[in-house]
Design a binder for this molecule. Structure first.
Ligand code: HEC
Length: 138
């Protein structure tokens, strides 16, 4: 807590308070609907994007109805953001949601370049685009 940068732990992984510790199965086991095409290699950019999604987005968003989150909208059903954000607007949204549409009670945090560099944001958007072709109804 005194030097958060040292552990390379992103803001979405910092607990506000620990009430208990539970060991769960992996995300892949619990939520197969989140998985990219199994034919892709482990270091494929889509799989890197999937890891970034788990680290930064899953705390608030579900995808294909899969996940525990209740805070933000599902990022694939009925539409996937790359299907309706044109150009680089999705990347701009992730960097600073309020730069696109502004309202006082918005909850989505901004992901600064120090937390999610441009290269990682490209992988993340690549994962979302890939999942647009793997929709499953919840
Ligand atoms: C702390 C919770 C939280 C986290 C973490 C979070 N979001 Fe969000 N997100 C929201 C909420 C809530 C909304 C609805 C708009 C609002 O209130 O800001 C939203 C909206 C969105 C939208 C807009 C959908 C639309 O059609 O307007 C996109 C796209 C999105 N989030 C993507 C992401 C991605 C990608 C990540 C991971 C890098 C992420 N979010 C992380 C809470 C979060």
């Amino acid at each position: 807590w005194t030097n958060p940068q040292a552990g390379h732990i992103s803001p979405e992984q910092w607990p506000f308070q620990i009430a208990g510790i539970k060991q769960l199965q992996t995300v892949a086991e619990r939520f197969p609907a989140l998985l990219p095409d199994p034919k892709l290699s482990a270091d494929d950019p889509v799989n890197r994007g999937f890891a970034l999604f788990q680290k930064n987005c899953m705390a608030c968003h579900r995808l294909n109805g899969a996940g525990d989150a209740q805070v933000g909208p599902d990022l694939n059903i009925p539409y996937n953001p790359p299907e309706y954000f044109s150009g680089d607007f999705l990347k701009r949204y992730i960097r600073d949601p309020q730069s696109l549409r502004r309202w006082p009670q918005a909850k989505m945090p901004a992901f600064a370049a120090g937390v999610l560099p441009d290269s990682e944001s490209t992988w993340l958007v690549g994962y979302l685009k890939h999942m647009a072709g793997r929709k499953q109804q919840p």
